[in-house]
Design a protein around this ligand. Structure first.
Ligand SMILES: *[C@@H]1O[C@H](CO)[C@@H](O)[C@H](O)[C@H]1NC(C)=O
Ligand SMILES: *[C@@H]1O[C@H](CO)[C@@H](O)[C@H](O)[C@H]1NC(C)=O
Ligand SMILES: *[C@@H]1O[C@H](CO)[C@@H](O)[C@H](O)[C@H]1NC(C)=O
Ligand SMILES: *[C@@H]1O[C@H](CO)[C@@H](O)[C@H](O)[C@H]1NC(C)=O
Ligand SMILES: *[C@@H]1O[C@H](CO)[C@@H](O)[C@H](O)[C@H]1NC(C)=O
Ligand SMILES: *[C@@H]1O[C@H](CO)[C@@H](O)[C@H](O)[C@H]1NC(C)=O
Ligand SMILES: *[C@@H]1O[C@H](CO)[C@@H](O)[C@H](O)[C@H]1NC(C)=O
Ligand SMILES: *[C@@H]1O[C@H](CO)[C@@H](O)[C@H](O)[C@H]1NC(C)=O
Length: 357
């Protein structure tokens, strides 16, 4: 069984070769009473079988799909799942990463999640909070790279790596990860492939955390300021979407964008419709909806998220410092014009933003 030995060396482990080996010896032992011809036939068949299986072993080295299938079976068999509610079975997983071993945590169930959001909705901050939990790994905005979202097969290949715990990022945790996921913006291939992605999420039992911002005017100001810094790189020549000190926050907040009043309503409506349509298309998967404003007002909302992910409650921390802390009227260059444009419209409430939010 040289093939099996080689498989061991590949780091996959011997656990799946033994069942085949045992079967061979079993057949050989049972032939005592059979006539010679039958004995020879059985022996020959078992040899052919053995050779075939070993060839398969050798062939499959390097291709992780086969070993993954076998490993999932082994993992699923040996973990005691009696405590898992029937309604939960779909969402409880026992991944067997190829790049490392989960060793003693092999039977710690893992939940799959995705933070679904849009730019400048506090998702960066939210993700650092989640990642401060010892059992949560959220691997960042991995679909910001175009080639990973260029078609549905690239998307699925990338998601598979994340959910098989084989995605290495600064957020990757130890073998006792209990929830693994990523941050995904609607415009990063998510809306474009929504039907296939809903299928995938339901098939693999992925839960979604919808994180959005109610005040689209604040979001627009944040977007414009962020775009401005993308070009100007105000912090010693580097662009920063998030900052860790109030000194840096003050520098970035100095810029007051001028909004185009004639297209403002159209722009807000477009953003609103885009999110509304997206959520309508994505609603048929297990999800929780969180608003940035609610999180800021009431941090205990975070515990709802931990409960949703079924990870132990813990205090979560982030080093992110909020950039815009002044009243909206002091953050917009042409505030009067913007006020008059939105006053009396369906977007009027955006004008009275609580500036701490
Ligand atoms: C599985 O766990 C349950 C308690 O959660 C326990 O009662 C049961 O004996 C365990 N089964 C095995 C096979 O260990
Ligand atoms: C999907 O995109 C990847 C990366 O851009 C590319 O290599 C692959 O050929 C594409 N597959 C299909 C079916 O278009
Ligand atoms: C993940 O990447 C870090 C550095 O980027 C490296 O030190 C570590 O060994 C990698 N882990 C795995 C499992 O590949
Ligand atoms: C969380 O991580 C710790 C330390 O790695 C581990 O002991 C614990 O079992 C994990 N909890 C869950 C729910 O997996
Ligand atoms: C820029 O660099 C200077 C000196 O190298 C340092 O004192 C300052 O804190 C840096 N500023 C920022 C915003 O990183
Ligand atoms: C403002 O928006 C209108 C309508 O979309 C456009 O025609 C105009 O060029 C814009 N003005 C500026 C300064 O961008
Ligand atoms: C904060 O949120 C929690 C959980 O959603 C809720 O039970 C509680 O009433 C909220 N507290 C306040 C002051 O709104
Ligand atoms: C806003 O509109 C209302 C009428 O819809 C008007 O009474 C009020 O003066 C307006 N506010 C400002 C600051 O122009």
């Amino acid at each position: 069984m040289g093939g099996c030995k080689a498989e061991e060396k590949a780091g996959v482990g011997e656990d799946w070769c033994y069942p085949f080996g045992n079967k061979d010896t079993l057949i050989l032992k049972n032939q005592k009473k059979s006539p010679l011809v039958l004995r020879m036939v059985v022996l020959g068949m078992s040899m052919i079988c053995g050779i075939f299986i070993c060839t398969m072993c050798v062939k499959q080295i390097g291709s992780d799909s086969w070993s993954r299938i076998v490993k999932i079976e082994v993992g699923e068999q040996s973990c005691n799942k009696s405590a898992v509610l029937p309604s939960e079975v779909q969402f409880v997983h026992y991944p067997q990463p190829v790049t490392y071993s989960r060793i003693e945590c092999m039977c710690n169930p893992v939940r799959f999640f995705a933070i679904i959001s849009s730019q400048r909705s506090g998702s960066g901050w939210f993700e650092t909070l989640l990642n401060s939990h010892m059992n949560v790994s959220s691997n960042g905005e991995i679909f910001s790279r175009k080639e990973r979202r260029s078609n549905i097969s690239s998307i699925i290949k990338t998601l598979d790596m994340v959910y098989d715990l084989d995605w290495n990022s600064s957020a990757s945790k130890n073998e006792c990860t209990a929830a693994v996921g990523l941050k995904w913006m609607l415009n990063q291939g998510l809306v474009a492939n929504h039907a296939d992605i809903v299928d995938y999420f339901n098939r693999r039992g992925v839960s979604a955390i919808f994180l959005f911002r109610r005040n689209l005017l604040c979001q627009l100001v944040s977007q414009l300021a962020n775009n401005h810094d993308r070009y100007l790189k105000q912090l010693n020549g580097t662009h920063k979407a998030h900052v860790h000190t109030s000194y840096e926050a003050n520098i970035l907040a100095k810029y007051k964008p001028r909004l185009n009043a004639s297209s403002l309503i159209w722009r807000l409506k477009q953003a609103d419709d885009y999110t509304r349509d997206a959520l309508e298309n994505l609603k048929n998967m297990r999800h929780i909806t969180i608003y940035y404003e609610d999180l800021i007002r009431n941090r205990t909302k975070l515990l709802d998220v931990l409960d949703f992910l079924k990870v132990p409650r813990r205090k979560l921390v982030s080093r992110h410092v909020k950039i815009h802390t002044k009243p909206l009227s002091e953050q917009i260059e042409n505030w009067d014009e913007v006020y008059n444009t939105l006053n009396g419209t369906q977007y009027e409430s955006f004008l009275n933003a609580d500036y701490r939010i």
